[in-house]
Design a protein around this ligand. Sequence first.
Ligand code: PLP
Length: 489
Amino acid sequence: MDLSSRLKDGEIPVLPSPEVIRTARSKLLPTLPETGLGADHIKAHLQNDIVPGLNRSSQSPKYYGFVTGGVTPAAAFADNIVTETDQNVQVYLPQETISTDVEDRALRMVCELLDLSPDEWSHKTFTTGATASNVLGLACGRDYVLQTAGAGPLSIAEYGLLEASRLAGILKIQILTTVPHSSLRKAASIVGLGRASVVDVGLSGQPHLFDIPRLEAHLKEWGICSIVVVSCAEVNTGLFATDGTDMRALRELCNTHGAWLHVDAAFGLLARALPQTEEYASLNAGVAGLELADSIAGDAHKLLNVPYDCGMFLSRHIELGTSVFGNPNAAYLNTASSENTASTDRTIPSPLSLGIENSRRFRALPVYATLAAYGREGYREMLERQIKLARGIATYLLHSKGYQLLPQPSSPAVSDARRLQDIYIIVLFRATDEQLNRTLVQRLNATRRLYVSGTQWEGAPAVRFAIANWQVDDQDLNIVKEVLSGTVS
Ligand SMILES: *Cc1c(COP(=O)(O)O)cnc(C)c1O
């Protein structure tokens, strides 16, 4: 089986019916049973009562809500082994298990897929998702900027944000970005910088791009340190904040002002696997220069199509990383001693000092399995299929009277061909009729032939197709067109 063959023939419904959901909910056990009902009974209960009440967001290639992705057969197989063998991937124990070797190999394969040097990206780990990876990026960034500003050894990791900042004479750490994903503000809250520290320095008229003079003015502010975050790509439109030239400019500005450069590339990252062709010129440019960043957040449970939950974090600063995430004074968790590592050619850092968790799931195995099963070509082909469908839908919308493709072009000089070139895996649009637009998501989803999610764009409701499932194919365009034309006639 390759990445283009579907799990099942025919149409998998995108959602259970309201009736099925009501029934499933009514069959949930109301309370903890005093005497257990037995594993056999519960197996039947799960199969017959619970599973029907779950959505098919991962199984149906016509589920276009959010950016969900599915699960490839190789990843699904691996995930069952993860549960059976229940490895705790926290300490490198080379004489006992190869689980940390697998994680290291999987992360190296991810780097290879993305054309990033596995050795240069010395601090790399699997996380629970891009939100957690953004937390890691900001946690590394806040310590870096403060130390660069003169705190020296007075790290936040050791002394805490308040004391380290006071001793360094720093009043504030701000996050400068454009069209940030909501999880960035959440991450800012978690790491003690605060949601209000996120400042949008987008260009007026093209808000996803950096207003470089405005960015520079903020970077120069006295007593304030900065973390610059690149949205790669923006979740409503799929547009990229930078091209290679911008990344070089950002890198230079960050060097000059001691700022940390983080990229939120939850689903944009895989565009690094695309061929360098005219057709993908916009997307190639959108992910050019990411190797200049200090840290990158990525998701595996989106476009890599592995099961929830799995994200990646990559940074080029391993010493800083182990200082922030070090788990000291736990003698019983001592990492591999030197005699333990003598038989292996390279010491693999213990994952517990690279991220949030100590005990961790063997998330690496499905990533290893799926990358090995389908290879660079398999993923490239899958992504090209997804982009083709997205652009097919966008083309239909451009030529239809009842719909409007969003965002509106920044000037009348922007050709339709250019707008289509910018389409990655997300298509944002609305109905031209305002009344209809208000209920458009419900109407489209009520057909139960596909599923889309709603958002707000420039103060009005809008709809998004997000194409992320490995099973997507060209034939789906006909169904999408039928549903769209049947809803606005
Ligand atoms: C999905 C997404 C996130 C959050 O990822 P989770 O996997 O839900 O934690 C962050 N940033 C961007 C750009 C995203 O698309």
